[in-house]
Every structure is written in structure tokens, then in C-alpha cells.
Design a binder for this molecule. Sequence first.
Ligand SMILES: C[S@@+](CC[C@H](N)C(=O)[O-])C[C@H]1O[C@@H](n2cnc3c(N)ncnc32)[C@H](O)[C@@H]1O
Length: 423
Amino acid sequence: MHESQRYAAIIIDKILGGTNLDIAFKNVFENVKGLEHKSQTKAITYGALRYMGQSKYLIKSLVRKKIENRLVESLIHVALFQLSHEPHNDFTIVDQAVKATKKIDLRKSNFVNAVLRNFLRNKDVLTKRFLEQEEGQFNYPIWWIQKVKKQYKSDWENILNIGNGHPPMTIRINKRKIITKEYKELLKENEISFITLANEALILKDANNVKEIPGFDNGLFSVQDFGAQLASALLDLKNNYLVLDACAAPGGKTTSMLENSNINLIALEKSTHRARKIIENLKRLKLEATVITQPLDNKNKWWNKKQFDRILLDVPCSASGIVRRHVDMKWLRRLSDLRKFAYIQLDLLNNAWPLLKPQGKLLYVTCSIFKEENEEVISKFCDNRQDVKRGELKFPKNVQHLKNQLVPTKYHDGLYYEILEKK
Ligand SMILES: C[S@@+](CC[C@H](N)C(=O)[O-])C[C@H]1O[C@@H](n2cnc3c(N)ncnc32)[C@H](O)[C@@H]1O
């Protein structure tokens, strides 16, 4: 266990230093042998990040001075999570954490031992106390809790709790390759149970690894949240439309649009590394699009001056609506980031708009639940223009939403959609 604890601590230390979870996992796993360590490390890293509001409170209560070594502090976060939420024997967890500390910094092993044993001695009192603090009860930074409370008067508690849960494993069946009925048979043959959300959208129960689901390499399905699968229908695509997917990587919505309609699609992505993912996905699903690795900006040098019938603008954002999938976000984001994202989002809208035909439609999307990146960006954009009309969106009955904001539930993430029509 101590190796998984140590790897988890290394990952958390990187995250506290500003690296995102995917990159931190990749860096650490390059040096890890054995699948067991990897899955155990992943499980405790996710757990420790989900419950870091509690462990932060506990560390403040148990340690007077600031812990200078952030890696040691990260290891304490990991062990405190395990002591509060995992079924292992308490003393095994402590012993293993001490062993892991010895590999990090021999001089700190007594200190870690003392902190964890002190916690165990006072576990009931401390647990009661952290549950009285909002940061400990909900496991988000205070600013995040306050914002959700203010913006979702009746749903706030539910939204925070959903964000701490396990995300559903939702797939989109590639209807160009297999009909839903046949694919469901394949799942049954493989004893994978599922819930049907829509014709192509299924939640798979107890499936975690795409390789264990039939037909991934053959392009029979993609993993995509149900909320994200709605983009293609909301954009009202017709045969032979010229469509721009302006922030396209890794291509979840690009490929969804191509499976649903016969369109000419340009997938634009500024990051070369991320654009490769679009190409991989197109290849796997046997779909075709023109992938351009350039930015959407005020020059748009890549553009041949042919205006688009439809534009999908799935902008970078705080990811607050998918925090259960990116548990690092709640500790990486700062309140001030919302203003920075809003600035970028408005800029992208301004740069995409001239590319749209009159009577064309642009679908603005975020995976954020914060108004600053959604409603407020759209209002600012529309306030300054005469040639835009906000359209109406109809969501399926099994999607929970407050106007254009999808409220995260156990069936879908918290995306925001807005359709803008050009007069
Ligand atoms: C939210 S993600 C898009 C997710 C994608 N639509 C999907 O469904 O799989 C935003 C993407 O926009 C890209 N991006 C950010 N600024 C951009 C710009 N100015 N031009 C093109 N792509 C940009 C980012 O690199 C990132 O890959």
C-alpha cells in the first residue's frame, strides 16, 4: 500500500503546485510498473482530492506550524482520506504511510506518525468538527460553495454533492457502424448492464475501462456524457451544411455531429497535441473532417472567407460543471479565474461571429455552472450587437435544466448551451 500512497502523494503535490491531474498522472505513471499500483494510486488520489476540504481542516487542527515539505503534506492528505473513508485497518494505513514517508524524507517519519495517531485518538471529535465547517462538509473551497449557494438558491446542496460523486460512464453508440439494438445485444453478451438515456446514449454500470467494453477499437462507440451528446441536435444540422467546430479537441462533439448528419466539417484546434486526439478519434470512428491546427482569433488566417451555416463554439472554461470528472479543478481554480475565462470566452465569440452566414446559427457551450462564464458572457456579447438574436433551445425531458443551464445530475454533467442566430 505504501507505494500507492507515495505515488498518490507525488500526484497531489504536483496538483497543489498547479499541474493538472491528467498531466500529473501521466508523469508519475511513466515510472510505475504494475497495474495494481496504478489502479490503487488512482483510487486514493481521486478520493483524497474529493475529500480535501476535510483533510485541509484536519491538518489545520492537528499541526500548529505550516508543513514546509509539500510532498509530506500531500502524503498526510492521502492518509487522512484513507483513515476517514477507506475500510482498511487504521494502523495498517498509518504504518504504511510512515513507510512511504521514509522514502520521501526519513527525518519526517516521526512527525507523520504523530499527526496520524493524534488524528486517530481524536477522530470522533475532529470528524464532528469538520462536518460543522462548510469546507469540510462539502469539500470545496469556500468561494466555490458561496458562489453555488448564491446562484442556485434551491439546488446548491445537491449540485455540490453531485460534484463529489462518481461520474456516470456514458457512451454514444456510433450509429454509422452499428444499430443500437445490435450493440445492446453485444453488451448483454458481455454481461455489461446499462441504462438507456436516449437512442444512442447509454450509461454503463460497473464499467470503467473502455478496453473492456466491446468495440472500442473498431469505433462502435465513444465515451461521452449525455449532456455533451445534446450539442449535435441543438445545432439543428442539415445535409451539406458547412460547419465549423471552433474549439474542437479532443473531438467528442466533432464526431457526434458527423455521426448524426452529412455535413462538411472543419475542426479547428489551437493545440497541436490536442488536435492529434481529434485525428485519432476520426480515424477510429471512420469519420471525415478537415482538421486545422490553428487558433480562432481576430486574424483567422486559416479561413478561406466562406461563411459557415453553423458554428459550434465549445469554449475553454472553469470545468465547474464536470468537477466530478476533474476532481483537481476545485483546488486548482481561483475565484479570479472566472473573470479571466469570461474575457477569453467573449473574445472567442467576437472572433467567431464574422465567420457565420446571415441566418446561420452559433451554439455556445461551456461545461461550467457559473453565470460569469455563461449568461453574463452572452448578455455582454448580445448587448453590443444589432445582428444577433438569442434562439430557444429544447432539451429532452430527462435532462434537468434551469433555462439554458444543465444542472448536473447522476445522469449528465452541468453544461451550458446558448444558440445565437445571425440576423
Ligand atoms: C472545452 S474544450 C473542447 C471540447 C470539445 N469540443 C469536445 O467536445 O471534445 C476547448 C478546446 O478549445 C481549444 N482552444 C482554446 N482556445 C482556442 C482558440 N483560440 N482556437 C482554437 N481552439 C482553442 C482548447 O485547446 C481545447 O482543446
